[in-house]
Design a protein around this ligand. Structure first.
Ligand code: XMP
Length: 562
C-alpha cells in the first residue's frame, strides 16, 4: 500500500484568484526544476511507503478508456493496485514492489513509429503479466511475434472458444461472451506461447506462456460477463497473489502513516460537508485526535439543513475540534446584483479565500493541511494522453490557502476510488447521509438560483430542493442517481390557483445518472415520483406555480444550469 501522501506547498505571489490546485502545480514545478527534470506527470510524493504490506499489481496505462476500470476491478477483488503511465520512470514503478503487471489497452498500433512499447523492466522482471488488447499485442511484438492490421475491425460483443485448459479460465464453461474493441490482431505467435482461445474474427484471442497471459478482449468491462472471474483467475490462480486489500486494512495502515507523517504537528482541514473532505477529516481525526482542527465555512449557499448537519455530526457526535463560521451575509453581499455565472464563481472563490485565511490565522499555527483528493483526480492528472494536464485536481470546496502560511498536504484518500472512500467513511462511523451525499458544486446554490441571488430566492430554492431530494430518497432511487436537485429559473409564468390568476416562479428538476460527471444521462424518474414532486412543490413552496423536468443529457447540456 502507498503512504498517505505529503506534498510540500509554498505560497507564491498573490494573484487574482489563488487556488489550491494552482499552488500545487507551482510546487510540483518547483520541485521538478530543482531536480533538473521536466514537470512530472504525477504528484511529488515525499513520504515513506508501506510497500510489501499488500501484494501489489502495477497497471501500466497505454491510453485505454477502460484503464481505470481495470484498477477498480482488481481492487474489488481485494488486491491493491496502482495505475502508472506506461512511460513512468522505473524507479517510480519499483517503489510499489509490484508482484504482477497488467498492461492496459490503448489506441496505438505497436508497429507504428513512436508507438508506446513494452518497457524493458517488465520483460526482465520475471513476474506474472496480463496484457489486455494493446497489452497483448505489445507482449506479442516484444517477444518476436507478429501484429498486423485486421481486415475486419472487431468492435462489440464476440464469443470465444477455449483451446487450452489454462488456469485463466478455471471454473468457466463452454463458449464465453467477451467484449472486443480492436483494429490490429496477432497473426504470428511469439516463441513458446500457445493460443488459449479464438473467436471468429480473432483466431488468436488469448495467448499464454507460463504466467505471461495476453487477451485480445476486455475482461474489465461489464459487457464481458465473466470478465471478473477471468481477472480473479489471473490474480489468484496464475499470479498466486493474496487478497488482503480492504477498507479496514486501509484504515489501519493509513492511521499509522498519518501519525508518522504528522508527528506532533497540527493539521487544518477545510471541511465542506461533502463525502471526500468528511472522510478525510474522520480518518485524520482517528489518527491524531484534537491536533486536527476542522474549519467549516457556511457560505449561506448550502442546501436545507446541511450546515446544521455538519456541526451535529462532526462537532457533537464525533467530538472533533470543529470551528464553524457563519459567513452567509458576507457571501450574499459579495453576490449582490450579480447574474453572470462566472462572476458568481469568482466572487464566491475570493470571499472563501479571505474568510478561510482570516479564520485559519486565528486558529494558530498549522504545519499541515488535510484534503480529500481522491484517486480519479490524481489519475486524470497523470494519464499518458494528457501529459500537459500535469496538475493535481483538488477539492473545489477548499478554495485557497492562508497567504502567509506554509503547509504540507495530507491527502489520506489520494489512492482510493470513490466507492472505497464511502466504505472507509462507513467503517469510521460517518452517517449514511454524509457518506452517500451526491456531488455538490463549491459555489453551491448560487449556480442553481439563475439570475441575481437574494435571501428570498435562495429560500424558495431550498424548499423546492428539499422536496426533490426527499421524494427521490423515499422512492429508493437515491444511490442510483449521480445528482438530483432543483433549479430556480429566472422567468415567471402564468398560472391559476383557486379562482385567481398567478404570475410566479418556475422550478426545474434535474436528475442525472453518470459514472464520473464528465458525461451524464438524464434520469428516467418514474412519472408518479415526478408527479408527487411537482404537486408538493407548487403546494408547499410559496411563489412557485410551475415545475418542469430537464430531459437533456451531457453533452450537449451540462449537469448544472450555470
Ligand atoms: P457540469 O455542470 O460542468 O458539472 O456538467 C460537472 C460536475 O461538476 C460540478 N460542478 C462544480 N463543482 N465548482 C465545483 O466544485 C463548480 O464551479 C462546479 N460547476 C459544476 C457539478 O455539480 C457536477 O458534479
Amino acid at each position: 500500500m502507498r503512504d498517505v501522501s505529503v506534498v510540500d506547498v509554498a505560497r507564491g505571489e498573490e494573484d487574482e484568484e489563488p487556488r489550491v490546485d494552482d499552488l500545487l502545480l507551482q510546487a510540483e514545478e518547483e520541485v521538478a526544476e530543482q531536480a533538473g527534470v521536466p514537470a512530472p506527470t504525477g504528484p511529488q510524493i515525499a513520504a515513506p511507503r508501506l510497500a510489501g504490506e499488500h501484494d501489489t499489481v502495477a497497471i501500466l496505462d497505454f491510453g485505454s478508456q477502460y484503464t481505470q476500470l481495470i484498477a477498480r476491478r482488481v481492487r474489488e477483488l481485494g488486491v491493491y493496485c496502482e495505475l502508472l503511465p506506461h512511460d513512468a520512470p522505473v524507479s517510480e514503478v519499483e517503489k510499489l514492489r509490484p508482484s504482477a503487471y497488467i498492461l492496459s489497452g490503448g489506441p496505438a498500433s505497436v508497429y507504428a513509429e513512436g508507438a508506446p512499447q513494452l518497457p524493458h523492466y517488465v520483460i526482465t522482471a520475471n513476474r506474472p503479466i496480463l496484457g489486455i488488447c494493446y497489452g497483448m499485442q505489445l507482449l506479442t511484438h516484444a517477444h518476436g511475434g507478429r501484429v498486423e492490421p485486421s481486415d475486419h475491425h472487431e468492435y462489440g460483443p464476440a464469443r470465444i472458444r477455449r483451446t487450452s485448459d489454462n488456469p485463466l479460465f478455471a471454473g468457466l464453461e463452454g463458449e464465453l461472451a467477451v467484449w472486443m474493441s480492436h483494429a490490429d490482431r496477432v497473426t504470428e505467435l511469439p516463441a513458446g506461447f500457445e493460443v488459449l482461445a479464438s473467436s471468429s474474427n480473432a483466431p488468436v484471442a488469448a495467448i499464454g506462456r507460463g504466467t505471461t497471459i495476453g487477451v485480445q478482449f476486455h475482461p474489465e468491462v461489464m459487457h464481458t460477463p465473466q470478465g471478473k472471474e477471468m481477472l480473479s483467475n489471473f490474480l489468484f490462480n496464475v499470479a498466486g497473489l493474496r487478497a488482503t486489500w480492504s477498507a479496514s486494512s486501509f484504515i489501519e495502515g493509513a492511521i499509522e502513516q498519518i501519525r508518522a507523517a504528522v508527528g506532533e504537528g497540527r493539521v487544518l482541514c477545510g471541511l465542506s460537508g461533502g463525502v471526500d473532505s468528511s472522510v478525510a477529516a474522520a480518518l485524520v481525526h482517528r489518527a491524531i485526535g484534537d491536533r486536527l482542527v476542522c474549519l467549516f465555512v457556511n457560505n449561506g449557499l448550502l442546501r436545507q439543513g446541511e450546515a446544521e448537519e455538519v456541526v451535529e455530526t462532526f462537532g457533537r457526535n464525533m467530538h472533533m475540534n470543529l470551528h464553524a463560521v457563519d459567513a452567509s451575509d458576507r457571501f450574499l453581499s459579495a453576490l449582490e446584483g450579480v447574474s453572470d455565472p462566472e462572476e458568481k464563481r469568482k466572487r464566491i472563490g475570493n470571499t472563501f479565500i479571505r474568510v478561510f485565511e482570516r479564520e485559519a490565522l486565528e486558529l494558530g499555527h498549522f504545519e499541515f493541511l488535510a484534503q480529500g483528493t481522491v484517486y480519479p483526480d490524481v489519475i486524470e492528472s497523470a494519464t499518458p494522453e494528457r501529459p500537459s494536464a500535469a496538475r493535481i485536481k483538488t477539492h473545489h470546496n477548499v478554495g485557497g490557502l492562508p497567504a502567509d502560511l506554509r503547509f504540507k498536504l495530507v491527502e489520506p484518500l489520494r489512492y482510493l476510488f470513490k466507492d472505497e472512500v464511502r466504505r472507509v467513511g462507513l467503517e469510521l462511523g460517518l452517517p449514511e447521509e454524509i457518506v452517500w451525499r451526491h456531488p455538490f458544486p463549491g459555489p453551491g446554490l448560487a449556480v442553481r438560483v439563475l439570475g441575481p441571488i437574494t435571501h428570498e430566492r435562495l429560500e424558495t430554492l431550498r424548499l423546492a430542493d428539499a422536496i426533490v431530494r426527499h421524494e427521490v430518497h423515499q422512492g429508493g432511487l437515491w444511490r442510483d442517481i449521480w445528482q438530483v436537485f432543483a433549479v430556480l429559473l429566472p422567468v415567471q409564468s402564468v398560472g391559476v390557483m383557486g379562482d385567481n390568476r398567478t404570475y410566479a416562479d418556475v422550478v426545474a428538476v434535474r436528475a442525472v445518472t453518470s459514472v464520473d460527471g464528465m458525461t451524464a444521462d438524464w434520469a428516467k424518474l418514474p412519472y408518479d415520483m415526478l408527479g408527487r414532486i411537482s404537486n408538493r412543490i407548487v403546494n408547499e413552496v410559496p411563489r412557485v406555480n410551475r415545475v418542469v423536468y430537464d430531459i437533456t443529457s451531457k453533452p450537449p447540456a451540462t449537469i448544472e444550469w450555470e
